[in-house]
Every structure is written in C-alpha cells, then in structure tokens.
Design a protein. Structure first.
Lengths: 129, 129, 129, 129
C-alpha cells in the first residue's frame, strides 16, 4: 500500500473544507470553517495576515533559541497559515493542486529563478529605503 | 511504473531548495533561492509578510471582479507565499511533510474544529475593537 | 488658546499607555492595554500584522466602492494600526516623537526620496517574480 | 513667534505628499512618492504589509538583543510603516489628523478600553487555534 503523498492529504483536506460550505450542509454553530465561510472573505483573509505574522515571530524566536519547542511552534504556525490559504482557495473555487501545479511549472522553467534573481540583484544595486 | 503525478511535488521542490544552500553548492549569483539563503532569515521572512499581503489584495480584487485573470493572479500569489514558507522551512531544517502531517493530525482530531469554534464564538460574544 | 497638534495628542496618548504598564498600576483585568503589556510583545506585535492586513482590506474596499462608510472604516483601521505601534513603542521605552523626528529628518534630507527612487527604478528594471 | 516645534510635522509631511501627486506636478522619475502614486494603490498597500512585518522582526530582535542599534532600527521601521500609511491616507484624500482625531475620540471614551478588554477576555476564555 502506498503512503499518501502531501498532495493527497492536501486534496483530502480541501474536500473536507468543501463539505463545510453552507451550501453543502456546513453548520457555522458546529464548525470553525463553516463559520469562516459564513462570515465571508474578510474573516479568513484577515487570518492570513495574522498567521503570516505569527510565522515570522516563531521563526525569529527559533533564530534566537533553536530549541525543539520553537521548531514545533514554527511548524504549527506554518500549518495555520497554509490552512487559512486553503480556506481562501476553497472559497474562490480553487484547489491545492492549482497552487502545487503553479509551483511545479515554475520549477520546470529553469529560467524563472534567474528572472527572480536579476530582479533581486537590480534591487540591491539601488539603495535601500 | 509510477506515474509522475504520484511523485510528491512539494518534496521534490524541497529537495531543490536544499540543493541551493551554500553548503551544497548553491550560488547566490546564479540562484534566487541561494541568494535568499545567503542574505539570511530576514530576507525570506520579510517576503512571507509581503506575499501574504499580496494574497489578500488579489483575493479582494477577485471578490470585486471575479474574472479569470484575477483567479490566475490569486493562484500565483498563494504559490509565492507557499514558496517562501518552503524556503523558511528548508532554512530551519524542516520538511513540507512536517506541515502537512500537522494539518492531517488536526483534521484527524475531530475536536480541533470545535476548539477553534468555541474560541471564535467567545470572541464574537465580546465586542469588537 | 492654541488647538492641540497631532504631536501633542500622540504624546498624551503615549502618557496614557505608560500609565497602563503593570509597574505603574495598570490592571490587566480592567484595561485592554494593561492586558497587552501583561501578555508580552507577541500579543501586540501580532496585532500589528493583523491590523496592517485590515488597513489593506479596507483600502481595497474603498478602491472598489468609494463610499463614505469605507472611508470611515479605513480611518478606523489606520487608527488601530497606529495604536498598536504606539503600544509597541511604549513597551520598548520609545516615544511617538522618536518616530515623528525620524520622519522629519528624512523629509529634511532632500536626497532621501531620490535614494528610495533609485532603488525602486532599479527594482523595476529587473524582472518581477 | 511660534517655535518650529509647534508646527505640526505630520501635517507638513502630508502637504509634501500632496505636492507629489501627478495632478500637482509630482514627477515619478524624480520622486519616490510620485512613483508610488503613479503605480497605484497596490504599490503602497503592499509596502504597508511589508513594513508591518519589518516592524515585527525589528521588535523581536530588540527583545533578544536590547542594544541601541536595534532600538534605532525599530524606530526606522515604524517610521517606514507610518510613512506608507500617510501615502495611503493622502491617496484616499484623508489627513493624518483624521486618524489622530479618531485616536483621541477613543481615548476620550473611557468605555472603549473596556469594550476591547471584554472582547479580549472573551477570546481567551475560548481556546486558541
């Protein structure tokens, strides 16, 4: 039996999110995700900004401490961030595979890293504000 | 023969990122990722905050327009956000599967959504600042 | 009688924040600010990320609607953002006047805008990731 | 004669920003602010998310080091964040005094802190996601 890939797990999670939509019987009084969908985009978009900040804080703490607990916290915060982006994708009728395919497409284009690089080099040749 | 689609794209991308580390021969003059690693955590953590904001802006534009181009842009911004979190995970010696496993663990705990829900309900019973 | 300047009001607000510190008798059970101080930096830093996202969302809504209510909301979100940066400044023993003086110093250096400009031009001459 | 310090620096800065608008002769090839106005809201809104993240990173570094340089950096990052919110306010026809008046209004309403507090207490009585 093959173990599930990351992609399989993300797809399954996306299916769970889909089932939480109000149109599919999601109940805002019983499900956090159904509640997010019921409150509308600003509710989960705000969480994306908040969780991104928490990822940054956890990473800075890990920079300074390096202990196991700080690593676990970083994993948890990245999971929170990805989770809320999955909720957003679901709301807009998109799939995790749309994002993963885009990441794959970029990796396949050897030129892409070079483009990003040229931009970064150009930026640094200017002066920092 | 395993079809390509069964290969785990996130794992493969993580392996590419690993190969861009300076210790593994990554060249900051030729690779955007090697450059991020060379500049240190603040360089990619800053991008996480920036890309999260771009996800939010793309989503708001999609809310207001709903056209195909806005959908493509949202996919691209989420890909940028995930990409820079993958760089951060790599820097701290973590794998995409650490995050996906955490998402799976939470999904498996039926109680988790209820905990998040109780918190959200409690928050809303208070007053908004 | 001279009306209070923006600076005077920010200074007075900073004095109120100072009085909410636990060492100065602030009570976390009665004051939101005392509670933020008691919970420590991550509590108010997280709010800075969250409120910045809300400023962006309010601005995007104003772009698309332009009505008076959206303007009022943007003012309120910027006030929330500034408020939580004032809490952070207070925690680190800094004053609003430190920030305002820095803004004034930059304005006085005619060259500064040009430096930021050269950087922005350099960035755009590269390619966008 | 009014001493310079009584002049309102935020108002004066807002007037400078106003003069950088294209309609008022601002030149995107010579002014960073004129360039931001020319590129449109997403350009400066993105900076608000980016600078908020930099404030958080500078604060975390100050937490861990506490040295003078880290304090200076935090002041600079808050100045960057406020600066880009001033650009946004200007774009939407708003003044710094609109925000400061809102902050003053809240301070005057003794009840406001209590409302925010009840919300925070309610949130903590729930469970953290």
């Amino acid at each position: 039996m093959t173990p599930m890939s990351n992609q399989d797990i993300l797809d399954r999670l996306a299916a769970v999110l889909e089932s939480r939509k109000l149109a599919h019987g999601g109940d805002p009084d019983r499900s956090y995700v159904a509640r997010l969908f019921a409150r509308g985009p600003d509710a989960f978009l705000k969480k994306i900004g908040e969780e991104a900040t928490e990822v940054v804080m956890a990473a800075k703490d890990l920079d300074h401490s390096g202990d196991l607990q700080a690593r676990e916290r970083l994993i948890g915060e990245v999971a929170d961030l990805w989770f809320h982006t999955l909720v957003a994708l679901s709301h807009y009728g998109l799939q995790p595979s749309d994002v993963v395919a885009e990441l794959e497409r970029r990796e396949g284009q050897g030129g892409l890293e070079e483009k990003a690089l040229r931009k970064a080099q150009a930026r640094e040749s200017g002066q920092d504000r």
